[in-house]
Design a protein around this ligand. Structure first.
Ligand SMILES: [Zn+2]
Length: 408
């Protein structure tokens, strides 16, 4: 029979020692733990007491030991505080009402970052509701301890909650590249809610806000922080140009006689992707395609698109501004209607673009962000609650830090 002190030491739970243990059917182990301290703190006023009021026992699931499921029995101490009444003492091992230990919850939370709840429940041999509850409570706990001090640069973007309709607005801290707030919808009202939550004191300190070119956002930001620099995210500035190229392609295709249309067949992908992401073979195909005399307009538009992307990568604001001026001039000379329309849009939104050259900020969401959201949506299949989706985004993309209380 192993020594009980040995079990206590490899269990590694601070201030608790094992007083009794039992192994069942070679598949699960029960451990009875005793609290090693002799003071009990009132959670409300912080006063310590030598004696507890009562201590009902609860059974909690803990991390497995060599494929054995482990259950620990611990006391939920209560104190009778003269000021606050009978109160539950905060436990380092588990949250109130939890059915598993904090470290077990943390393990479940880590798994749910990349696995559906159903799979986690099978792997952990635990009810899926417990997994779901642990995950939610764990994220909520981390959010409560999150430090939002000193945020001055924000990014605002949207993701679709369901395919094609219903959007969530995400607010990011562009310096730490983390999502700090998620709201439902993408109108002015949702940003109004954000500013209410963020508070006047911090709103006054905002220096720049990176947005896509979505007017409701812009109007609401102007209202709350009129002095902040509005910056258009360069990705969202380029996107309409890529769509314009697609319009040109479609127009040209419809103008061609049926026999000539084959030249443009399969060209959409080649034209719309960034040049550096094409394979060598695709590159040659694109070159051949653009070299055809029938595709002269398309070739001109394509070169303009790639050139604009280069301008947005320029580090020196002055150079970028000068090159953008030249670029617009070239577009006007090309007389391609789709591109002329795009330049009109750029002129209308000049300030946000020039601010991008000056501050060179993006919304802080990494390239892989959309994949993370896709995984969340896929794994959250069956959970139609948007609040759950919101918590998952904050849990996965909020860079929440595990505090000391969870490291037991
Ligand atoms: Zn008290």
């Amino acid at each position: 029979m192993p020594d009980i002190h040995v079990i206590t030491s490899f269990l590694g739970l601070q201030s608790h020692r094992v007083v009794r243990w039992k192994r069942h059917h070679k598949s699960w182990i029960e451990l009875w733990l005793e609290y090693d301290r002799d003071t009990y703190r009132c959670p409300e006023c912080g006063k310590s007491f030598r004696r507890y009021y009562d201590r009902p026992w609860v059974r909690l699931r803990d991390l497995d030991i060599s494929r054995h499921r482990v259950y620990v029995w611990v006391s939920r101490y209560r104190v009778r505080c003269p000021q606050c009444g009978v109160r539950r003492v905060e436990s380092r091992i588990a949250r109130h009402h939890a059915r598993c230990t904090r470290r077990f919850e943390r393990w479940l939370f880590t798994l749910t970052k990349s696995m559906p709840v159903k799979d986690v429940s099978e792997l952990a041999r635990i009810d899926w509701r417990t997994v779901n509850d642990a995950e939610i409570q764990y994220i909520v706990g981390l959010l409560r301890k999150r430090d939002l001090n000193g945020i001055a640069d924000l990014g605002i973007d949207e993701v679709s909650e369901k395919k094609g309709h219903r959007y969530l607005t995400l607010v990011t801290d562009t310096v730490k590249r983390r999502v700090i707030w998620v709201g439902r919808g993408r109108d002015r009202a949702v940003l109004k809610k954000f500013f209410k939550w963020f508070g006047n004191k911090w709103t006054r300190r905002i220096r720049c806000v990176v947005i896509d070119m979505h007017d409701p956002y812009e109007l609401e930001i102007r209202k709350h922080c009129p002095r902040a620099a509005l910056i258009y995210d360069h990705f969202h500035v380029i996107k309409p140009l890529i769509m314009a190229i697609d319009d040109i392609r479609r127009r040209l295709q419809s103008e061609l006689p049926p026999a000539g249309r084959r030249y443009l067949k399969g060209s959409r992908y080649l034209l719309l992707r960034n040049r550096e992401n094409l394979t060598a073979k695709q590159h040659i195909r694109l070159q051949d395609l653009l070299r055809l005399p029938a595709n002269e307009t398309l070739n001109a538009a394509y070169i303009l698109k790639e050139d604009l992307r280069v301008i947005f990568r320029r580090q020196a604001p002055k150079q970028a501004r000068a090159e953008l001026r030249d670029w617009k001039h070239r577009v006007r000379e090309s007389k391609i209607p789709e591109l002329l329309k795009y330049v009109q849009m750029l002129d209308r939104r000049r300030f946000g673009i020039l601010n991008f050259f000056k501050h060179r900020k993006t919304n802080g969401l990494s390239e892989g962000f959309n994949n993370v959201v896709k995984t969340i949506k896929k794994n959250a299949y069956g959970f139609h609650d948007w609040q759950y989706f919101r918590l998952k985004i904050l849990g996965n993309c909020g860079k929440l830090e595990h505090g000391s209380i969870d490291r037991d």
